[in-house]
Design a protein around this ligand. Sequence first.
Ligand SMILES: [Zn+2]
Ligand SMILES: [Zn+2]
Length: 249
Amino acid sequence: MKFISHILSELLSEFLFLRNGSCPVCGKVLFAGNDFLCPECAGRKPFNSGPVCDSCGRALTDAEKRTCQHCRQAKIKFDSGFCLFHYQAESKAMITALKFKNRPALGTYLGEEMAKELKALPWISQVDLIIPIPIHPERRKERGYNQSEKIADGILSGLGQKCSFSSVNKNLYRSHNNPHQIGQSLKKRQENMLGVFDLHDPAAVFDMNILLVDDVMTTGATLFEAAATLKEAGAGKIFVAVVAGLDDH
Ligand SMILES: [Zn+2]
Ligand SMILES: [Zn+2]
């Protein structure tokens, strides 16, 4: 009997494992000992190295500049920012798997990877609340989860003792859906985003230093609008952390 239940549990774990069992970048089947990426893709993670924007943390191609073109145009500056990866083919494949291929655990894994780097940043100890960028309830229903919440959960568990709070804050919500933003300028995107966020309890963010978490930053319009909503409610410093940020050109 014991033997049969052992076989059954082996089969079950094999089944569960196979359901999420391919590398999100190259599609190769993963084995039990592998990470969330196959060894080859894990060895080629597109880490954001070199100079970064003082405000949002994206990579700068011109090291002479202190901030990226988007932060220079935006009305709000982030107090600091962190991007784990350059936004390019490999990181896009990871984000696509996380958002559209039912891979929520990949979000937690990426958040934990982010926490390894965030731990070393001087501002991380100032964070009072960690708030994921919300998705619209309809989108959440389709997807079954909010990818940014999964990333934030991973950051929180990875930071461990480094943070003074034990849960991800869900105060921010999306009050209405915005149109898809692909291929639009920052100005147009900012117009589309105006007023999409709201707070369940605005008083709870007053004077709080907040780490906003999202999967991707291209123009940054979503994060700028979320920051504006928090600032209106009297939030203190706003930091941002994303899995992948588009390089500044
Ligand atoms: Zn791979
Ligand atoms: Zn920037």
